[in-house]
Ligand binder design. Structure first.
Ligand code: 6PG
Length: 240
């Protein structure tokens, strides 16, 4: 595990984007699962502003989770990514593998799981992403596996239908076996509302075992945390 702490969300976005650029510049075909929510917006804006002319043709985009809404909905992770990134870079539409939030959730969980099996290189008889990008909610959820449904982490399928504990909104989410089969996993976590959970997870204290984010442990051992100072307040200070 490697923990990188930066002074601000903007610096997190800059350093994560530079890490991603190095990955993309290897020039091989790579398969990346994106996270949703608000933190990635800053990263996508930075990528669009600074790495617009990168060769994106070998990058295949997937999602770690998606809300069960149409792609035009304000809640859609796909829509957010299109607005902040895809609409500003040159990436083949065939490289964008969105979760179809408009479809029947149970059917789409199966379809997307099959898509992963048919399009992504495999290891341990599972799809193996080159990179899974994750966020962490204030409650310690990651992707769309929430504490009240932590059993979904160990589900046998590539994807499952989850339910947001407050809104009841249904989501499609990757399960733990796919996330932990990735070559690399990078958490992007910012903001003081995350600091207590980050502290508990990093120090294996309190109720950390009840937080799905604490279960992220890629088999390759390559787990990166990109944190801002606010989120890391309980564990350390920013790198100079
Ligand atoms: C989603 C995300 C979710 C997100 C966390 C953190 O669809 O909402 O995938 O897991 O990463 O809720 O969200 P913020 O970055 O907005 O705090």
């Amino acid at each position: 595990m490697e923990v990188k702490i930066y002074k601000s969300k903007q610096e997190v976005a800059q350093h994560f984007s530079e890490y991603l650029k190095r990955l993309i510049q290897k020039g091989e075909s790579i398969h990346i699962a994106l996270s949703g929510g608000s933190t990635p917006k800053i990263v996508f804006d930075y990528l669009a502003d600074n790495f617009k002319d990168l060769d994106w043709s070998q990058v295949h985009f997937y999602w770690g989770d998606e809300r069960c809404v149409p792609p035009t909905d304000d809640e859609s992770n796909y829509r957010m990514t299109d607005e902040h990134l895809f609409s500003k870079i040159s990436v083949p539409s065939t490289n964008i593998h969105r979760i179809k939030g408009e479809k029947n959730p149970s059917e789409e969980a199966v379809s997307y799981g099959e898509l992963l099996n048919s399009t992504i290189p495999r290891s341990e008889d599972l799809p193996q992403f080159d990179l899974v990008i994750l966020g962490m909610g204030d409650d310690g959820h990651t992707a769309s596996i929430f504490p009240h449904e932590i059993h979904l982490w160990d589900a046998p399928n590539n994807c499952e239908v989850a339910v947001h504990p407050d809104s009841g909104q249904r989501r499609i989410t990757l399960t733990g076996k796919v996330i932990n089969n990735a070559k690399e996993v990078a958490f992007l976590v910012t903001g003081s509302s995350k600091s207590e959970k980050i502290r508990e997870i990093m120090k294996s204290e309190g109720d950390y075992k009840t937080y799905p984010a604490s279960l992220v442990a890629p088999n390759t051992g390559r787990l990166l945390w990109f944190l801002d100072e606010d989120a890391a307040a309980g564990i350390a200070t920013a790198q100079s």
